[in-house]
Design a protein. Structure first.
Length: 579
């Protein structure tokens, strides 16, 4: 754990940590030596040497005062280290998370990241103040006592030292037992956290379909798995505690038997026997605490290991000599890509895709689900990097453009709009925080968001709730479009922006999107072909390849895939539900 602590600390924290360990070890050594002073004190008292006893008592008192001082210093420094560690871990995790490829956040990693940044960091940061000190004391203080005992009676010291392998073996065995369950407990807690958030956020869907029982079942299953994992950890932890306690008692028994045998054989006097037994008790007492704190320390160590793994996850590669594109056309040249898969090869999604989306034009991507449309937009935004081929903007590979410079050129409007739990104005200003009030109002007018703001009692100060829950889908989409308009990026990526809206909101959002497209390079994904019929070029994807491309009329005349999509869409317009 100590090496990992130094790996996550900044230089100031590392220096503080070194001073803390110096003070802690000094405290443990002085404590052990002070315990050893009990031997000459007791020997002098039992021999009737009051003057000698007084001198040794004075030395014992000085050692006790030194222990008090060092205890205060190391405990104060421990709390200081914990506070610094709490801040540095939160800051480093936050700073590193924003450098990771956006595709890294797929799957269950968000839940694991939340678990780590929450209870995991708190657990780790408390270790210096509450866990490291008793564990180090349980090791260094007895070691000091044993070393001192060798100068008093080496055979008793050897008996104590002989139990060291047993103590180490018991500690390692208990560590092995707990490590088998630590990962399972962490995974189950992360899953439960995800399920709680999912259950709360999906109440509308669950209730509308009468599926709250099913929702409860999913959450209950996650809670049950967490309880089972924690119970298993507890069941394995109890034997570990008992084992450590038994080994500690065995150590004391062995020292006791050795000392008594020496006394009965006349090789040591009664005074030394009593003193050695007192010293043996002070040797065993810290060891009995080792198992009590060892489990908690291992949990903190496991969380620290996860933090180190996260911080050592390679960030999105930044170019050594960033280049700036001179235009806003987007091109794919022989692009192959497959999403990373755990424990196996990536499944190919794009297979040699090549096309150019001209600057200032609208390029539409259509095709069946799973054909790779959304993947195209993700590669442009560098959620991932292509496995082969080149994705370029203005002839410059996106990997040669700095991340901030790339993001400045892109505005993303997706079907699933994420809004932060702030006001409408704060959510729109994310597009360009330094925008003037006039620019904000103009972008909102063009997005038809002003209509929403005008009818809300608190206007721009209206809080949207978590994920924008206080607004309708169409209203959230208008906020997203206003945000993109305010950003005024030259390239716009639209992914099913109107697919889930009612006709009235769809018309309003479509008009806002028309304003957003003006003078920009636009790539739009849509299943509703009416929304892309006026595109400058339509790309038809199937099985990760571009099967057709051209304008709407040209593709209809070819009578291929696009014409089939259009024909089925046209036939479905007349469908109606009859009671």
């Amino acid at each position: 754990m100590i090496r990992s602590l130094f790996r996550v600390m900044d230089p100031a924290g590392a220096a503080l940590l070194r001073r803390y360990f110096t003070a802690l070890i000094a405290y443990c050594v002085v404590q052990g030596l002070t315990f050893t002073l009990l031997v000459p004190v007791l020997r002098a008292l039992l021999d009737g040497d009051t003057a000698g006893a007084a001198r040794w008592l004075a030395a014992l008192a000085a050692g006790t005062v030194a222990c008090w001082v060092l205890s205060y210093v190391q405990q104060t420094m421990g709390y200081t280290v914990s506070g610094h560690l709490l801040g540095i871990l939160h800051r480093r995790i936050g700073e590193h998370a924003v450098t990771l490829p956006l595709g890294w956040f797929d799957g269950d990693r968000v839940g694991r990241l939340g678990q780590l940044a929450g209870s995991g960091v708190v657990n780790v940061s408390g270790a210096p103040a509450h866990l490291i000190q008793p564990v180090v004391t349980a090791v260094v203080t007895p070691a000091t006592v044993v070393a001192a005992m060798f100068f008093l009676e080496w055979r008793v010291a050897a008996a104590a030292l002989a139990t060291a392998p047993l103590l180490w073996g018991a500690f390692r065995l208990s560590a092995h037992l707990s490590q088998r369950t630590d990962a399972r407990v962490h995974d189950s807690a992360a899953e439960t956290s995800d399920r709680v958030v999912e259950f709360a956020g999906a109440q509308g869907v669950l209730r509308s379909f009468g599926a709250t029982e099913r929702g409860h079942a999913l959450l209950d299953d996650a809670l049950l798995r967490q309880r089972t994992a924690e119970r298993r950890a507890l069941l394995l932890g109890v034997p570990a505690l008992l084992l450590n306690s038994w080994v500690a008692q065995l150590t004391f028994t062995l020292v006791l038997v050795t000392a008594v045998a020496l006394a009965l054989g006349g090789e040591i006097d009664l005074a030394l026997l009593v003193a050695m037994l007192v010293l043996a008790n002070r040797f065993v007492e810290p060891l009995s605490l080792l198992s009590e704190y060892g489990g908690a320390l291992r949990v903190a160590t496991a969380n620290l290991r996860r933090a180190v793994e996260l911080l050592e996850t390679p960030p999105l590669p930044e170019p050594g000599a960033p280049r700036e594109p001179e235009s806003s056309d987007v091109s794919f040249t022989g692009v192959h890509f497959g999403y990373p898969a755990e424990g196996g090869e990536a499944v190919p999604v794009l297979k040699g895709v090549s096309f150019t989306a001209p600057e200032g034009g609208t390029t539409a991507l259509v095709g069946p689900s799973g054909s790779g449309k959304t993947t195209v937009t993700r590669l442009i935004a560098r959620f991932f990097d292509a496995d082969a081929g080149t994705v370029a903007i203005g002839g410059v590979d996106v990997r040669d453009i700095g991340t901030e410079a790339l993001m400045r050129r892109l505005a993303l409007v997706f079907q699933d709009v994420y809004l932060f739990d702030g006001t409408i104005e704060e959510n729109v200003r994310l597009g360009r925080p330094g925008a003037t009030g006039a620019e904000l109002r103009e972008a909102s007018r063009r997005a038809r968001l002003d209509e929403v703001v005008d009818r809300l009692p608190d206007g721009w100060a209206t809080r949207v709730g978590e994920r924008g829950a206080q607004l309708s889908g169409g209203e959230r989409q208008r906020v997203s479009i206003a945000r993109a308009l305010l950003k005024d990026a030259p390239i716009v990526l639209l992914d099913e922006a109107t697919a889930a809206l009612d006709p009235q909101n769809e018309a309003a959002v479509a008009e806002a999107l028309g304003s957003l497209r003006a003078g920009r390079t636009v790539l739009v994904i849509a299943h509703r072909l009416e929304t892309v019929r006026d595109a400058d070029r339509i790309l038809v994807l199937q099985d990760g390849r571009i099967r057709e491309q051209g304008r709407h009329d040209e593709l209809l005349a070819e009578g291929g895939l696009y014409a089939g999509f259009w024909r089925r869409r046209s036939q479905s317009r007349g469908w109606a539900l009859r009671g």
